[in-house]
Design a protein around this ligand. Structure first.
Ligand code: TXA
Ligand code: MG
Length: 324
């Protein structure tokens, strides 16, 4: 069921009253609060179980509002905003006075984006201000791509859930540090590196997953309950069967060119050929494996170009060391 006009009005009034609203974006569902209400922002951290030092993204209704939230907008940032907004690109820029430090985890920079989803844009228009929102999941877990995922995970922690159907991109926005002369990618996501480079006219650096460069980017993140093991594509079947034989309940991400191969495992999905379809389905597949009782997921990394870069980043971090 998609949100109605009266749902949007209700959600905007919940935000105005200091409440929390979960809403769809093109990437994943967000858990939103009035960006200018420090008490409401504090509740986001509480409901997510997220450390308050981890900065949030401020969602705004259009690029024309950028100067309301950012101190000085460099020309490069304006170029990227004009090109990719609304869309899955987040720009890190110098914090404007309107943004409370609670929303930025104490940083003097702020992350801003305009989501490309009709329900999100209607909500932002009806509310009028900025909506600060992380992904609407418990800290460290898989991001939600349907309203049901949000309800199952956050329940009464959210005051209102806007349903906009399944998210079309399926992985989070690309985060670009645009504070300096030369922008850099802090998190690969829905806008590809190649698309950014085409607009900028030069190559961009991408972080290695082995180093934590951004607050809030722990090695283990986007993680299902089941442990995730990454192997070479041609070893997926053998590794899955070996682990199943050892007594694990194994979920298998079967590379698309192996579709149809019989695998002795608890649950098997053949991955789609297209990276866009893979990205769209990724988090739902991880959740499904958890629900089916898998305790181990065997997967391989896709080729790291286009959306494959974001998919590989999420898989690596889902497979990362877990806090004990
Ligand atoms: O697609 C998305 O970006 C989704 C939807 C809801 O918009 N949001 C999302 O939010 O993924 P969250 O909180 O799960 O991830 C935001 C990331 C965090 O890793 C945080 O460290 C980074 O943005 N971030 C936020 N502000 C920052 C800043 N000032 N400097 C560097 N990184 C920042
Ligand atoms: Mg998140």
């Amino acid at each position: 069921m998609s949100a109605t006009t009266s749902d949007i009005e209700k959600a905007a009034s919940v935000l105005q009253a200091g409440g929390l609203v979960a809403f769809p974006t093109e990437t994943v569902y967000g858990l939103g609060a009035n960006a200018e209400d420090p008490a409401a922002v504090a509740r986001i951290f509480q409901v997510k179980g997220r450390p308050p030092s981890h900065p949030l993204i401020v969602h705004i209704g259009g690029a024309e509002h950028l100067d309301d939230w950012v101190e000085d907008v460099p020309a490069t940032a304006r170029l990227l905003a004009e090109h990719f907004w609304p869309g899955p690109l987040t720009l890190v820029l110098p914090r404007g006075r309107r943004v409370p430090l609670e929303a930025t985890g104490g940083l003097e920079t702020v992350a801003v984006r305009v989501p490309d989803h009709p329900v999100a844009l209607s909500l932002l228009a009806a509310f009028g201000g900025g909506v600060t929102a992380p992904s609407a999941n418990r800290f460290g877990q898989v991001s939600p791509t349907t309203a049901d995922h949000v309800r199952a995970e956050l329940g009464d922690g959210v005051d209102f859930v806007l349903d906009g159907g399944p998210c079309q991109v399926g992985v989070e926005s690309t985060i670009v540090d645009a504070t300096g002369e030369v922008p850099s990618i802090l998190r690969p996501g829905g806008v590809t590196r190649e698309d950014l480079e085409a607009v900028l006219g030069h190559r961009l650096s991408v972080p290695s997953t082995s180093r934590i460069r951004v607050p809030g980017q722990h090695p283990s993140h986007y993680a299902p309950r089941a442990r995730v093991v990454l192997v070479e594509p041609e070893k997926v079947v053998a590794e899955a069967e070996r682990a199943q034989e050892l007594g694990h309940q194994v979920g298998v991400f079967l590379p698309s060119d192996l579709a149809g191969t019989p695998v002795k495992a608890h649950a098997v999905v053949a991955l789609p050929d297209s990276p866009a379809a893979y990205a769209r389905g990724l988090y739902g597949l991880l959740r499904d494996f958890d629900q089916q009782g898998c305790d181990l997921i065997v997967a391989s990394l896709p080729v790291e170009d286009g959306l494959g870069l974001a998919i590989a980043n999420r898989l690596r971090r889902a497979a990362g060391p877990r806090p004990s």
